[in-house]
Write a protein that binds this ligand. Structure first.
Ligand SMILES: Nc1ncnc2c1ncn2[C@@H]1O[C@H](COP(=O)(O)OP(=O)(O)OP(=O)(O)O)[C@@H](O)[C@H]1O
Ligand SMILES: [Mg+2]
Length: 294
């Protein structure tokens, strides 16, 4: 009726339909149907080896599905799609790498978008500067990346992914090796990005608490089984016990989730410590306020 109504409703940013991924005889997951809306924040959780990184590789077009279909930003998943930003699971860069941080960020910028010539180069440089500033990396952006700390490198990777102005942002444990302040900073940055630009975010993590307020839905993968829903629907004792096939308790302590269990891949959070922290009114230890260990 109004001219603000789009003629064609925007399709999902990510669409997986009846997707199966097997490596040889081993099936990581099957029958996975997920539509991620533009601007939606989907957290992907699960123990080591559940197939979280493999899922991102499918979305990046570097790994084919065994069956089913996948579209990303409106077209079949393919490598080199400039509409897709990617923060890879952390690997420390070799000390010998002499590329400057600013150049690493620049690799994420789609050159064509800024136009040719001097003006284009200026606009491109401005985009890199803005991304460097957004992650607070100005101090070390001109140093060789191989000499930076793991957390500093990680912030540059985040800047690189955001500099590309992605419609879909795929993040593989992006908070690893960041201190608490920078975890908050990066999480907020990604949250702002999806709110301001309608970027769909798929966020693989072992620690849901730093992003809990931002998460719309959770996809939880365990040994071929999965559940998808809001955190309240998925992060329950009942659902996690079913997924892990062992007794798991999900505790809510001062707005945080603590998962307690003894199965493979479940953090054995010490309940005594949790109780003590809750009673004493201080924060639970940094290593036990999350749900699944690596
Ligand atoms: N190309 C491949 N060929 C065969 N097996 C593979 C391949 N890539 C990954 N795998 C196996 O598939 C399983 C899932 O790997 P993946 O990296 O997706 O796990 P993940 O959920 O990301 O785990 P983590 O939490 O440790 O990062 C692992 O057991 C891994 O060894
Ligand atoms: Mg992984």
């Amino acid at each position: 009726m109004t001219d603000r109504t789009p003629a064609v409703p925007a399709g999902p940013a990510i669409a997986l339909a009846d997707a199966t991924l097997s490596y040889g005889p081993r099936t990581l997951w099957s029958g996975l149907t997920v539509n991620v809306r533009p601007g939606e924040f989907l957290a992907v959780l699960g123990p080591n080896g559940a197939g979280k990184t493999s899922l991102l590789k499918v979305l990046l077009g570097v790994q084919s599905l065994s069956s089913g279909t996948v579209t990303v930003a409106g077209s079949p998943a393919r490598t080199g799609n400039p509409r897709v930003g990617y923060i890879p699971q952390q690997k420390t860069l070799e000390a010998g790498i002499t590329m400057r941080g600013r150049d690493l960020v620049g690799l994420g910028v789609d050159g064509h978008r800024w136009g040719p010539g001097l003006a284009g180069r200026r606009r491109r440089r401005a985009a890199v500067d803005a991304a460097v500033k957004a992650v607070g990396a100005e101090r070390y952006a001109d140093a060789p990346v191989g000499l930076l700390s793991g957390g500093e490198q990680q912030r540059l990777r985040v800047a690189q992914a955001l500099a590309g102005d992605p419609a879909v942002l795929l993040c593989d444990e992006p908070l690893l090796s960041l201190d608490m302040a920078n975890q908050q900073r990066v999480a907020r940055l990604i949250d702002e990005r999806r709110r301001s630009a309608d970027t769909a975010v798929l966020f693989v993590t072992h620690e849901i608490n730093p992003i809990l307020p931002m998460v719309d839905r959770v996809l939880y993968l365990v040994d071929g089984r999965f559940r998808i829903g809001t955190p309240d629907e998925v992060m329950t004792s009942e659902v996690l016990s079913e997924l892990y096939r062992t007794e798991v308790d999900v505790l809510r302590v001062r707005g945080r989730l603590v998962v307690v269990g003894s199965g493979d891949g479940i953090d054995e959070a010490r309940t005594a410590e949790v109780d003590e922290a809750a009673c004493a009114g201080h924060d639970i230890g940094h290593t036990h306020d999350h749900e699944v260990s690596r």
